[in-house]
Design a protein around this ligand. Sequence first.
Ligand code: UD1
Ligand code: UDP
Length: 354
Amino acid sequence: MRVAVVLGTRPEIIKMSPLIRELKDRDIPYDVIHTGQHYDHEVSEIFFKELNLSPPEEHIGVGSGSQAEQTGKALMGLEKAYATLGSDIVLVQGDTNTVLAGALAAVKMDLKVGHVEAGLRSYDLRMPEEHNRRLTDHCSHHLFAPTEKSAEILRGEKVWGDIHVTGNTVIDACMQNMEIAQEKSRVDIPGEYVLVTAHRAENVDDRSVLKQFLDVFENIPGTKVYPIHPRAEKMFKHTGLYSKLKDITGMKLMKPQGYLEFLMLMKNARYILTDSGGIQEEATAPNIKKKVFVLRESTERPEAVDAGFAEVVGTNSDDILNAIDRFEQDGWKPEDCPYGDGRASERIVNIITG
Ligand code: UD1
Ligand code: UDP
């Protein structure tokens, strides 16, 4: 059996890295295929270096483009790559355009598909991620649900593949890399700070949302650390709001950080403001444990909310600032991590080899 591990963006590299490690340690033949959806050093190559991954066997070079262009190019490139490599089973992770293309190309070639992080739903059809994850779930043979809740959703939708609750590989990654991060990370922010990220299309492609975010940053006292995603940087510049962002008192804008650096930034933050999916999960890891204000109208990660880590606060600045005030006044008491015990990859490899 030859496994193709398909990835294309920052979170996929991070969340696939424990699985790649597991395949390697168990001498299972595998190839990594990078679609090239993310291509800048700081959202792609840096993670291969930091996480000790060999360069991908195939690189498709899809790059940026419209939703259809990106998905279409990846679909064609992946079809060729699977044929060249002689893949038998394809693993995709999450909800990006790379994931949908990876699954669709495979199923059309009669290859088996395993969807890692299956069964998440935001029920927000404005999000390309919601199309990608739904369609991928419905053409996968193995559905690796991170939690019982996501498995329940898949059963309710009557997907035809088999469903397994495995935990989320992001917790494996946090556990495997925190010690290394403590040794090697080179970011050092003196004193207390709030960590910020934002990149979701429905947020950063909308000037009125960016203005709400600026209002929030202006009203949070002290240091705000913001490693800015290329999409957000482009949109702040395009809308003429970048200089305003840069000039906010206490704003520490930086390029996207490596994973080891970002682990430390999360671990030492007072709290996190984000619209990221993965960061909502990482905040629940036993070695991070942080309050996350989710800058979105909905989340496909309700487990993080139920366990007291995440709070969906929308994109209106008053609502966001009120939620932060409540947290500052009342404190918080989260439960245990809902995303598993750090052994998701081991379970996934057991299933595909069993
Ligand atoms: C993609 C995923 C999103 C995921 C995110 C992780 C889809 C639909 N979206 O969003 O689910 O959360 O990755 O970070 O698959 N750009 C660069 N350099 C790069 C990559 C992108 O400058 O290396 C800029 C380009 O202007 C590009 C824009 O960012 O047009 C958006 O990139 P794209 O890959 O289309 O989507 P993301 O917003 O990164
Ligand atoms: N991350 C990182 N450097 C950064 C910001 C995020 O390494 O500057 C990591 C973070 O730890 C998480 C992943 O990137 O594992 C999240 O990626 P992103 O928010 O881009 O995508 P999403 O999870 O929303 O799909």
